[in-house]
Design a protein around this ligand. Sequence first.
Ligand code: SF4
Ligand code: SF4
Length: 356
Amino acid sequence: MKSKVYFIDFKTSFQRNIFDKLSNIADKSGFYNFFEQYDKVAIKLHFGEYGNFSAVNPRFIRFFVDRIKGKGGNPFITDTNTLYAGHRCNSIDHLKLATMHGFTPGVVDAPIIIADGLLGQNEIPVKVNKKFTRTAYIASDIYNTEAILGISHFTGHIETGFGAAIKNIGMGCASRKGKMEMHSTTIPKIRLEYCTGCERCLKWCQVEAISIVNEKAQIDINKCTGCGQCISVCPYNAIGIEWNAKTEYLTKKIVDYVYAVNLNKKGKMFFINFLNNITALCDCTPIYGERIIPDIGILFSEDIVAIDKASIDLFIEKAGKDLFANLYPKTDWKKQLQYAERLGLGNQKYELIEIQ
Ligand code: SF4
Ligand code: SF4
């Protein structure tokens, strides 16, 4: 059986603005069915890296907050800290950046919570027993919330071909340790040229895996658990990871994490993909980003596989060719959809229902 994916384009008029169209699609798509009165609803999104202007506009987020509240839900806005050092690698910097990008309680009218804690360490281990992932490490506030609305910005992605709902939920709901396990097969690496020997990372490592040798930090591979905490506390950006996971394994691990998130949220997740401001690189890049195609529209679905498949199909139709296959010939975006379907997360066959 085909899954339903609902679609509106961005054509508006004086008589009918984009919020009128969003109201219509929300009413017709079953949007109100994924949460119940009093549910805490995590609106999982991406605030955009510093210098990136492509993430979903907070005024859209306000619309969904109002709708969820109107039906008795209790929404909050959320993302998790990044693995790499940057403007979103701890909750303080992350919230400052969110404010700078207009995601303030005054605009979105909901609390903003970074779901994996100050340093990305608050996690719940979830057993999935898949080939590439035995245990997934999910941000605790994502695990503990009752329902999730995944609002995703469709973009190209250097490692997965494209990023949308699967990427937003799979990578975006993992703690730092989870992201580390997806991206790398090794422990963090000290960049000796940046290390000042300040010892700050020593105090944070809970298993005492770091020592100072010849005035430089050194990690004991036999002790390190790969939690990634040291990366976020080094003030000199002297600890990094090797982004060495094969793209196919990375893709499958991301899907395993969607599986993990879904385990205690069956029927309690809904997805919205924005196909506007589409760039070749994802919103984690600090790049303004040239739009590679005119805006397409907004999709709603309760099926994470169907919505991503419909998104890439609409993109290819608009572009007239598979632009991401050309841009990233070493990745195959089909793999994430095929594997997600195999894990029972959704259906690649869908019916696209256009709403006016
Ligand atoms: S915190 Fe950074 S600079 Fe300081 S010792 Fe550790 S790696 Fe070196
Ligand atoms: S990754 Fe975690 S366990 Fe390994 S050295 Fe860094 S803080 Fe210690």
